[in-house]
Design a protein around this ligand. Structure first.
Ligand SMILES: Cc1cc2nc3c(=O)[nH]c(=O)nc-3n(C[C@H](O)[C@H](O)[C@H](O)COP(=O)(O)OP(=O)(O)OC[C@H]3O[C@@H](n4cnc5c(N)ncnc54)[C@H](O)[C@@H]3O)c2cc1C
Length: 371
């Protein structure tokens, strides 16, 4: 792009902070930067016309981890680490709710319910036997029992007659959350350049030269919040993980309410606007789903439809409206990577499947790395 004098002067000179990525992390990061630096020139580069990663594609669970997930984490993390993970998720959701308001993001606390397929009886028994222990472990966070055994009240089929429910889990309207974060950033005088992809950068020690698909400019600090696309700019342990989702058409008298987890979190569904939103199935073909390309596969779609027909809505006629996918960033460890990359470059990536819960905190922590 051949920039005019005016374009150079008004958009691309004296930039203090450039953030790559306008997902939940990037947007929370810029809001924090603005709070700390009221006069700074802040620029966001976003490759999509809208944010195009996970933050506008997800299921909107405001969750802290189902019981089987917590037990699984305890195999690879200490009790203290797991407690800290859950505390971070709790704090993150509180901070998002305080920032945007429950009405704006349509926050509802309907509980999060883990369902166990009939064939997963062993898993249910393990979770049931550890219930008291996990509730005690998490007391410092929730000040009450987080997990309870609840009899099936939504007439699901082929599952254990009881769920194990996380009573504090909630759900939000993801689109409303992201729209209001974008609006707040714009109100704060932050420029978001959509359809602009950062291709490379060079830190000279005093400033950073950033090259995009169309132009080149200089910024004092560069903050990378590209999550599942991190490998394009960074050499960190972050792999893309595609997650596929479908949504039904509105269903008359839909009685299902809440967020639901199946098969140790590999499947998840919720109600939204009299519809069921259902996602998951990465475990059917991890290799194919380790991609930063959007798309849906017949294998996963068929499995999601089968779950709707046989488990979730066995007695109710429904139609699939449409499907989509999103790209997450995952790695060997669950912990996000928030670190200095070079003198003037930092990153906050690898949010895994918990970005709603921890995205606001990670965004703030990322901003904290540049003072
Ligand atoms: C289907 C699905 C369901 C999920 N469900 C839940 C859930 O219920 N609850 C929950 O807590 N979490 C959920 N998650 C995870 C959550 O959405 C993510 O953890 C979170 O959105 C990550 O936010 P982020 O800002 O780090 O990344 P992203 O939202 O992916 O943002 C990164 C941004 O960077 C942009 N970008 C990338 N590379 C470049 C570049 N070179 N130049 C410019 N821009 C670039 C991308 O376009 C993108 O907009 C789900 C994810 C998916 C995909």
């Amino acid at each position: 792009m051949n920039l005019s004098y005016w374009e150079r002067k008004s958009w691309f000179s004296n930039i203090d902070f450039t953030i790559v990525g306008s997902g939940i992390v990037g947007l929370n990061c810029v809001l924090e930067l603005r709070r700390k630096h009221p006069k700074a020139r802040i620029l966001v580069l976003e490759k999509g016309k809208l944010p195009q990663g996970a933050s506008t594609k997800n299921a909107g669970f405001a969750c802290f981890g189902s019981i089987s997930e917590i037990l699984s984490d305890l195999k690879t993390h200490s009790e203290q680490e797991v407690l800290q993970l859950v505390q971070d998720r709790f704090n993150g959701i509180q901070s998002l709710r305080t920032l945007l308001g429950d009405n704006v993001i349509e926050y509802q606390n309907n509980g999060g319910h883990e369902l166990f397929l009939n064939q997963d009886v062993e898993l249910y028994e393990r979770c049931f036997s550890e219930l008291k222990f996990v509730n005690e472990l998490l007391q410092p966070v929730f000040k009450n029992d987080a997990f309870k055994v609840v009899p099936d009240r939504f007439n699901f089929k082929g599952i254990n007659k009881n769920y194990i429910s996380q009573v504090f889990e909630g759900q939000i309207d993801t689109g409303k959350m992201m729209r209001s974060l974008v609006q707040l950033a714009q109100q704060d005088g932050i420029t978001i350049l959509n359809s602009t992809q950062a291709q490379s950068f060079e830190d000279t020690g005093t400033e950073v030269t950033v090259k995009t698909d169309e132009l080149q400019f200089v910024t004092k600090k560069l903050l990378i919040a590209t999550n599942g696309f991190a490998a394009q700019l960074l050499s960190e342990d972050v792999k893309p993980a595609r997650a596929q989702v479908l949504i039904t058409k509105p269903i008359k008298n839909l009685h299902i309410k809440g967020t639901f987890h199946l098969e140790e979190g590999y499947y998840y569904f919720r109600n939204i606007d009299n519809r069921i939103l259902l996602g998951g199935g990465r475990n059917l073909d991890f290799k194919t789903e380790e991609t930063a390309e959007f798309g849906n596969t017949v294998l996963v779609e068929n499995k999601l439809k089968e779950l709707l027909e046989t488990v979730i809505l066995p007695e109710q006629p429904f139609e699939i409206d449409y499907s989509w996918s999103g790209i997450m960033g995952v790695g060997q460890l669950k912990k996000p990577i928030v670190k200095q990359v070079s003198d003037n470059v930092v990153c906050g990536v690898r949010l895994g499947g918990m970005g709603i819960a921890i995205g606001s905190t990670i965004g703030k922590n990322l901003a904290g790395l540049v003072g």
